[in-house]
Design a protein around this ligand. Structure first.
Ligand SMILES: [Fe+2]
Length: 446
């Protein structure tokens, strides 16, 4: 049995793909919630090495469909990358690329299709029944690592991504796809080092690039280690602003706090009386460092907390402010406010001061509510679904999964996003344990 901590407790993989119908529900599912909650995370098949990295586990998708107040179906399926198909004794739908072929981080709908994604590989197109259909490089537009965190501009419908490629020079590529999936433009931006850049933020006019001291360790990778990123003391942390519509590689860099973020919550612009942008604010879940002594996954006592980073475009200086000291990550907002000043947000409170995990909803001006699922329960990222297109910011539901890793009981919970403190409106009992997942999406029924 492996000594890796990433196949134990909440990370213990499941061994079966299952399908279940008409699931048991406690409470009432709002009948207007018609669609599918999709999630994905690492679920390695077979033995893993002692230095197994959390981020390298074979990707498993989970999907729960809701219809007319009923929990209609649940199913889970591995993404059929070449290594997964090989381990399952199946014919692979695609050939492996350079040993970085893992799709385990985000499952994301775009331009009429659903994609399983990780930053080191080209996205996999999957069906709503979670069958793997093949890779999608958008007519050759994506030629290296893409992203696990694409974002869609709610005004233009364009999809933006910051991709990096561990096999090439120290750089990232800014990709822009139109809302129909057609390639629009891309530009390669040279960095000072080959960084792990997991997410980015944007405002109405700028994307925000995090160039932080977590760098690719080629020597470790050549030796076959999965711990191929390391905290690089002395590397200058920078945060870059780049115009959304830039055609060239121009970026304005700010000296940033010596720290690390996987995820940005949101960003927005502050303007003076003449309408000029004077400051950019960006909320992030910030760690002190990452992969310094412990390189197999987030650890070594550093925890993510909610900070506001502010870039002053007049002085060229950057500052930061701790907004919420609770241990939290996996930030989500009402996506209609992506790039605009938001009041509503939700994060997942990780095991910390209370010994349990749960969700924290913020409502602006420091007002927040939280809910914990009890001891030994791992809570997923929560996804916001508005009541309808006309609903105000944060008026809708929050959907998360919660799994008791001591007894294996798993459920999906639906909250009124404005009333988190009183607990879920409905809890749907899932037929099998759900190991800790990374990210997911809500797909409204057509
Ligand atoms: Fe992520």
């Amino acid at each position: 049995m492996s000594t890796s901590p990433w196949v134990k407790g909440p990370y213990t993989p499941v061994e079966k793909e299952v399908e279940a119908f008409d699931l048991e529900v406690e409470g009432s599912i709002p009948p207007e919630l018609n669609g599918m909650l999709a999630r994905i995370g690492p679920n390695p098949i077979g033995e893993v090495p002692p230095d197994h990295n959390l981020f390298f586990g074979d990707g498993m998708m989970h999907a729960l469909t809701l219809k007319d107040g009923r929990a209609q179906t649940y199913r889970n399926r591995w993404v059929r990358t070449e290594p997964v198909a090989h381990k399952l004794g199946e014919e692979a739908p695609v050939q492996a690329i350079d040993g970085t072929d893992v799709a385990n981080t985000h499952i994301f709908p775009f331009a009429g299709s659903l994609y399983a994604m990780t930053e080191t590989c080209i996205p996999y197109r999957v069906s709503e029944e979670l069958e793997t259909l093949g890779r999608e490089d958008f007519s050759g537009f994506i030629d290296s690592g893409f992203t696990a965190h694409p974002h869609v501009d709610p005004l233009s419908g364009d999809l933006h991504a910051i991709g990096y490629d561990i096999n090439s020079e120290a750089s990232v590529t800014h990709y822009v796809l139109g809302e129909d999936g057609s390639p629009k433009r891309k530009a390669r931006i040279t960095l000072n080092g080959p960084g792990l850049i997991h997410d980015f933020a944007a405002t109405e006019n700028f994307i925000i690039i995090f160039d932080l001291p977590l760098l690719y360790d080629e020597e470790a990778a050549i030796q076959g280690s999965q711990a191929a990123y390391k905290w690089t003391h002395g590397y200058e942390a920078r945060v870059g602003l780049r115009r959304l519509d830039a055609e060239d590689a121009s970026v304005r860099w700010f000296e940033g706090p010596n720290s690390f973020v996987f995820h940005a919550m949101n960003a927005w612009e502050e303007r003076d009386e003449s309408g000029s942008v004077t400051r950019i604010h960006c909320d992030v879940c910030r760690f002190e460092k990452m992969f310094d002594e412990v390189r197999s996954g987030p650890g070594e006592g550093t925890v993510p907390q909610l900070y506001r980073w502010t870039m002053n475009l007049v002085t060229g200086e950057m500052s930061e402010q701790l907004i919420d000291p609770r241990v939290q990550d996996f930030p989500r907002i009402d996506e209609r406010y992506w790039g605009r000043e938001n009041r509503f947000s939700v994060t997942t409170e990780l095991f910390s001061r209370t010994g349990q995990s749960g969700i924290i909803a913020q409502y602006g001006n420091g007002a927040s509510q939280e809910w914990g699922f009890g001891q030994g329960v791992d809570t997923s990222e929560a996804i916001f679904v508005p009541h309808d297109d006309k609903a105000g910011e944060g008026e809708g539901y929050l959907l998360a999964t919660a799994c008791n890793y001591r007894n294996g009981a798993a459920k999906a919970a639906i909250f009124d996003a404005q009333d988190v403190k009183n607990g879920p409106l409905a809890e749907i009992m899932l037929p099998q344990r759900v190991p800790a997942t990374f990210h997911g999406s809500w797909l409204p029924a057509l």
